[in-house]
Design a protein around this ligand. Structure first.
Ligand code: HEC
Ligand code: HEC
Length: 141
C-alpha cells in the first residue's frame, strides 16, 4: 500500500499534464490564438503553471530574443486567460519552456529520432511531429 502511494506520487510529479489518451483542451480565445500563435503554435495553457505564464508575459519585450510585446490591455487579457487555464505546478514554478520540463524531456528523449528532431528544427515546433497539436492531440504517433 505504502509502495503504491509512493509510486503514484512519483508519477504525479514527473508525469504528463494529461492522461495518455486524453485530448489537451484547445485554446478558445481568439486574442490568445492570434497574438501567441503568430510566430509558433499557440501553446495550450495547460502545459505550464500560472506562475510561468506570468513570468513569460512580463518578459515579452525580450521573448527568447524576439520582441513580442503587446499593449497593456491585450497583455492583461492574455495573462488572465493563460493563468486561468494553466496547469498544475509540478515543482517547476518559474520554467518558461515547456520543452525543458521533466515530463517533456522524459517523454521525448528516447522516442524522438535525431532525424525527426533535426527536421523539426526545435522541440518547440510541436506541430512538426504532432499534426493534431493545435487541436489538442499529442498521442498521434
Ligand atoms: C521532433 C518530434 C517532436 C516534437 C518537436 C515534439 N514532440 Fe511530443 N512527442 C513526440 C514523440 C515521438 C512522442 C512519443 C510518442 C507518442 O506518445 O506520441 C511524443 C510525446 C508527446 C506527449 C505524450 C503523448 C502521450 O499521450 O503519450 C506529449 C503531451 C507531447 N509529446 C507534447 C509535445 C509538445 C507540447 C510539443 C511542443 C512544445 C512537442 N510534443 C514536440 C515527438 C515530438
Ligand atoms: C515575435 C514572435 C513571437 C511571438 C509573437 C510569440 N512568441 Fe513565443 N517564442 C518565440 C520564439 C522565437 C521562441 C523560441 C522558440 C524555440 O526555442 O524554438 C518562443 C518560445 C516560446 C515558449 C517556449 C517554448 C518551449 O521551448 O517550450 C513559450 C511558452 C512561448 N513562446 C509563449 C508565447 C506566448 C504566451 C506568446 C503570446 C503572448 C508568444 N509566445 C508569442 C517567438 C514568439
Amino acid at each position: 500500500m505504502k509502495k503504491t502511494l509512493f509510486l503514484a506520487a512519483a508519477i504525479g510529479f514527473a508525469g504528463l499534464p494529461v492522461n495518455a489518451d486524453e485530448r489537451v483542451a484547445v485554446i478558445r480565445d481568439d486574442i490568445v490564438k492570434k497574438e501567441c500563435g503568430a510566430c509558433h503554435m499557440a501553446f495550450q495553457p495547460q502545459f505550464l503553471p500560472a506562475s510561468s505564464w506570468r513570468t513569460i508575459m512580463e518578459g515579452l519585450t525580450d521573448h527568447f530574443g524576439e520582441d513580442a510585446s503587446l499593449d497593456e490591455e491585450t497583455a492583461r487579457h492574455i495573462t488572465g486567460y493563460l493563468a486561468g487555464n494553466a496547469g498544475r505546478s509540478r515543482g517547476a514554478k518559474t520554467a518558461i519552456r515547456i520543452t525543458e520540463l521533466g515530463w517533456f524531456v522524459h517523454e521525448h528523449n528516447d522516442e524522438v529520432s535525431p532525424r525527426a528532431r533535426k527536421k523539426a528544427g526545435t522541440m518547440a515546433n510541436c506541430t512538426a511531429c504532432h499534426r493534431g497539436a493545435e487541436k489538442g492531440y499529442y498521442d498521434d504517433d
